[in-house]
Design a protein around this ligand. Structure first.
Ligand SMILES: [Zn+2]
Length: 474
């Protein structure tokens, strides 16, 4: 972090937050003492308002608003607190208060912060072996990775599985720097399904019996009946899940799930959908094959993760039913990383050719398509997060790719309804939207590769009105 004072933009807010929290704690204690309620201390903290009423003025910038394929003319953008207050072609007068920041954009591009809609915040930097080990060590690694994620310009991630509730709270409370997190909590799977990382020696499973290590950690939960699915779904919602993730079919990295299998029954999927909808949100399923996708849709699932083995008829069905496709242009290096001759490599060899085919189908049938990376167990690959976005150039124009990673991804986030942990508009630069902004040195609508080198090309990174990076000369 080169910009020392970028880290201290919200002192008054912190005090206000602490006072609010103390007041809340006192109320909870009083309520508990008089026996009037059962408020649990472990309730997820609501997201904290940021940046007080501090003011940042971006002068002389060209705006990519997240939607339009061209940059605006020279503009001025005023951020007050955590929101974009004014966008104007005319200079905006501001009081020169001590906490007013004026950023001279010099004609550079101001755009929305990036959104990765398939991320695993706590499983990026750890290794599979470490993931079951020391919780404190893994949490510190995840915190460091969250900071790196934000410094790559990703101001929001939709977390599709892993024990992220604590990390999210720590970020919202400004204990650690990181992106906004839309958490799913534990992935819910079946015995042998994708996400069941037990060994054969762990069998048999007793329903209602002891939890395994992976379940205790909150990484994934095994459920083998509608009732069990309901319990596990509600547990994630209770902890603050903004959406729920189930694995409806086999996966590449799991030891005992062939890629072709369909796992949950329709009744099991429906139990999760019902619980999530009763809670005001939705279910997303990991599904590659037409059978897994179709069963998910029949059960009321609103978003398909991956979908890379879909056929033409299934693509058509997704479009007709207005189902989201959350896709990842998985890098070739990832496939090559699985050892030749391994089960995982054979599965990867089957899935990878589906990436191009599925993007073609998504375009042909105009399926609502979100973008994400799904990086697991690789810090090196995480550093390619922007490059993976830039690789969409194979199928999309720079404007289409950037719209997908901003305004369109934000539309999928909004599907969390009342369980949206960050109410307000994300993924756009417009008046009233939340102030998650990047100042880019160059025009990414002409050169998408600028996003592949955020260290060099993202000069200012703002999240929720607070500046986390500013390398402009002063
Ligand atoms: Zn994933």
């Amino acid at each position: 972090m080169k910009d020392g004072d970028g880290m201290s933009t919200r002192p008054r807010t912190r005090v206000a937050q602490l006072l609010t929290r103390r007041r809340r704690s006192a109320l909870v204690l009083a309520a508990a003492l008089c026996g009037s309620c059962n408020v649990g201390m472990a309730q997820p903290a609501p997201s904290t308002p940021a940046a007080g009423d501090s003011v940042t003025l971006f002068q002389n910038v060209r705006v990519f608003d997240g939607k339009n394929a061209t940059l605006s003319g020279p503009s001025h953008v005023l951020v007050r607190g955590n929101k974009i207050e004014t966008i104007s072609a005319q200079p905006i007068p501001v009081d020169r208060r001590a906490d007013t920041r004026i950023i001279e954009g010099g004609g550079r591009t101001l755009m929305p912060g990036l959104i990765d809609n398939h991320w695993h915040a706590t499983l990026v930097r750890t290794t599979p072996a470490q993931a079951f080990g020391d919780v404190a060590y893994n949490s510190l690694q995840a915190g460091a990775e969250a900071t790196d994620t934000l410094m790559r310009g990703f101001t929001t991630v939709r977390d599709m599985g892993g024990p992220t509730f604590g990390l999210k709270a720590a970020i919202d409370e400004d204990i650690v720097k990181g992106p906004r997190i839309y958490p799913s909590g534990a992935v819910i799977t079946v015995t042998s399904g994708h996400g069941d990382f037990r060994q054969l020696t762990d069998l048999p499973r007793t329903i209602g019996g002891m939890l395994t290590r992976m379940e205790q950690l909150g990484g994934s939960m095994v459920a083998d009946s509608p009732d069990e699915v309901r319990v596990r779904t509600r547990e994630q919602l209770m902890q603050g899940a903004s959406q729920v993730k189930l694995t409806a079919g086999g996966g590449v990295s799991s030891p005992f799930s062939p890629i072709d299998v369909t796992t949950f029954t329709e009744a099991e999927l429906r139990a999760a959908v019902e619980a999530a909808e009763n809670w005001g949100t939705y279910v997303a399923t990991h599904a590659f094959t037409p059978a897994a996708i179709r069963r998910s849709i029949a059960a009321g699932v609103k978003c398909i993760e991956h979908g890379m083995l879909m056929d033409e008829a299934t693509a058509q069905l997704m479009a007709e039913k207005d189902i989201w496709l959350s896709m990842q242009p998985l890098p070739e290096d990832l496939r090559l990383g699985f050892p030749v001759g391994s089960v995982q490599r054979a599965k990867a060899d089957e899935v990878w050719p589906g990436i191009a085919r599925t993007y073609e189908l998504a375009k042909k049938y105009k399926i609502k398509t979100a973008w994400g990376t799904d990086v697991l167990f690789s810090r090196a690959l995480a550093q390619q997060q922007g490059a993976i976005l830039a690789s969409l150039a194979r199928w999309y124009t720079p404007a289409e790719a950037l719209t997908m990673a901003t305004a369109t991804n934000a539309e999928l986030l909004a599907l969390s309804g009342k369980r949206n942990p960050y109410p307000g508009k994300l993924g756009v630069v417009e008046q009233g939207a939340l102030a998650d902004l990047l100042l880019v040195d160059g025009n990414p609508l002409e050169n998408l590769n600028l996003v592949a080198d955020p260290g060099k090309n993202f000069l200012v990174i703002m999240k929720d009105g607070a500046i986390y990076k500013n390398t402009l000369p002063r």
